[in-house]
Structure formats: C-alpha cells, structure tokens
Design a protein around this ligand. Structure first.
Ligand SMILES: [Zn+2]
Length: 156
C-alpha cells in the first residue's frame, strides 16, 4: 500500500502483511488502545519511507482512550535493526483508536512533537499511523509531522 501527500511530496509504503500484524496486535488489546514503533528505511532522495517492521512495547499504559508506550528495551531493539543488513531505523509510531475514527487527538499531536524533540530519534519527520478499530473493521490513516505541522497522507 502506498500513501502520499502532494503538498509536501512525501510518501509512505507499507505491506498489507505488516498492516495485518499491526491490526492483530491492536485487536489483542481491544477495546483498549495499543500501539508500537514503526521501523523502516528511507529512499535515497528521502521522499519515500518504506515501513517494514513494528516493535511492540514491553511496557505500556493503556485505556479505551489513551496509550502511552514505555521505552524498556527499545534502544536495544532499534540498535539491532540499525546494525542489520539492510540497516533500518525508527520512522514513527502507530496506535489504535478502538471504536473511533483514525483522527489524531490533541494528545497525539503533542506526542509527535515530543518525539521530534527526543534525541534518540534522529529524524525530523516521524510518521504516525492510526488504526480506527472495531472487532470487524479497521480504518487506516497515516500522518507525518513536519515543520511543526501534521499532514495527512492519502491512500493512492
Ligand atoms: Zn490517538
């Protein structure tokens, strides 16, 4: 699947298989929110990010309307991905919105802002995947945080 935003000229690629795995992880915690980290690589021109893995958090706090992942073990997992061939890095975050649309909340926007400020994450434009989730359905939306603004990617 490819998502892009014409205004900023950036796009995201993700396999249906990874989306299925993310959906399953989300359903396992339904009706509470759940989430994780997105790992992948950038194209040479930096315009496209290919998301190829997720790291599920070892520790987290979640409720029906909130999700807060911990950082336990994260540095080590990311280092393993970085040192592997091909080298892959942190590219963003995903979380579910059980029984709700995949629209970012104010808290979600603040979280993206904090991620950019966090020195371990060496990227300026992390992506956010929100999965609106019911037991029978799911709706996917990708956003990118760039220059203090959140842009939505359109499915193409
Ligand atoms: Zn949210």
């Amino acid at each position: 699947m490819t998502f892009e935003n014409n205004e900023i000229g950036l796009s995201v690629e993700i396999s249906g298989h990874l989306v299925d795995r993310i959906r399953e992880a989300g359903l396992a915690h339904y009706p509470n929110e759940f989430g994780g980290i997105l790992v992948g690589e950038y194209s040479k021109d930096k315009q496209t990010v290919k998301v190829s893995e997720t790291i599920l958090p070892l520790t987290y706090k979640s409720s029906k309307v909130s999700f807060d992942r911990g950082i336990d073990g994260l540095k080590e997992s990311l280092l393993d991905f970085y040192n592997a061939v091909p080298s892959r890095i942190y590219v963003g975050e995903w979380h579910t919105h059980p029984n709700a649309s995949p629209m970012p909340s104010w808290t979600d926007i603040l979280a993206m802002r904090q991620i950019v400020a966090y020195e371990m994450v060496n990227i300026n434009n992390p992506i956010m995947l929100i999965l609106g989730l019911t037991l029978t359905n799911s709706e996917l939306a990708f956003y990118v945080y760039l220059n203090n603004k959140l842009y939505k990617y359109e499915n193409i």
